[in-house]
Design a protein around this ligand. Structure first.
Ligand SMILES: [Fe+2]
Ligand SMILES: [Fe+2]
Length: 242
């Protein structure tokens, strides 16, 4: 679908059937390009996964509106409490009157139950949520890569894992969907900016994610990836253990 805002170069493209990546390039500093992605899941009860930071709300909304009116959104989900994950949550709840936040039990207890303008729907480990025509499953993943409240969503018909900050790549993430090497760039970036908590449960958590056998990894920073997700999550676990 392409560029939706010339000023910010926000753009939208499909990564799996009815699943759209909204990408905005940003600069960490004058030498380091980066990007923020949100994912829009078309369904009878549509879902936006990650809101983007509050300051990007107008351009992310503009991109969503290319696919559907924002008022149709029923769920606004995210991995954990940080501005790029959920900074504009209340702005989305204001423009989508039937939408509720989706988060982990820890997320609701520590933050979202207080700061969200409507109570969240809490998802427990392995819980499946029917979006109408497709469903998503929640995996708790505390501290992997960071955030006590962290978790991931998995869309089962396209086997798309919304993997949040896992495989964070530097750069603008121009390619919507790649089959190339994302582990190399993300591991190189981690050497410079280590965003992992390195919690004791990291290996077993990645193994649980791998067991879902994802075919698309919907990364929050950089390109989405298509391929053998079970293998790539195993490669990530080995790189982190090394
Ligand atoms: Fe994060
Ligand atoms: Fe993030």
């Amino acid at each position: 679908m392409g560029m939706t805002n010339k000023e910010t170069r926000t753009n939208i493209g499909e990564v799996a059937e009815g699943i759209w990546r909204i990408n905005t390039p940003v600069a960490i500093d004058e030498n380091t390009a980066f990007s923020f992605n949100q994912y829009l899941v078309e369904a009878e009860r549509p879902l936006l996964f990650h809101t983007g930071p509050r300051q990007l709300f107008p351009v992310v909304r503009q991109a969503v509106e290319q696919v559907m009116p924002c008022s149709r959104l029923r769920y606004v989900g995210f991995c954990h409490m940080e501005a790029d994950e959920c900074g504009s949550l209340n702005e989305w709840l204001a423009c989508a009157p039937d939408a509720v936040p989706l988060c982990s039990a820890v997320g609701a207890m520590t933050s979202i139950g207080d700061i969200a303008s409507r109570p969240p729907k809490v998802l427990s480990e392995d819980e499946v949520l029917d979006l109408g025509g497709r469903d998503v499953q929640w995996f708790d993943a505390p501290h992997v890569p960071h955030g006590w409240d962290n978790g991931f969503l998995f869309e089962r018909s396209t086997r798309t894992l919304f993997c949040g900050d896992l495989f964070t790549q530097p750069g603008e993430g121009r390619e919507v969907l790649t089959e190339g090497n994302i582990l190399g760039p993300s591991e190189a970036f981690r050497q410079v900016m280590d965003y992992y908590a390195h919690a004791p449960e990291t290996g077993p958590t990645l193994a649980r994610l791998a067991a879902s056998r994802p075919q698309v990894l919907a990364c929050m920073h950089g390109s989405a990836w298509r391929g053998d997700g079970e293998r790539l999550l195993g490669d990530l676990a080995r790189a982190l253990a090394a």
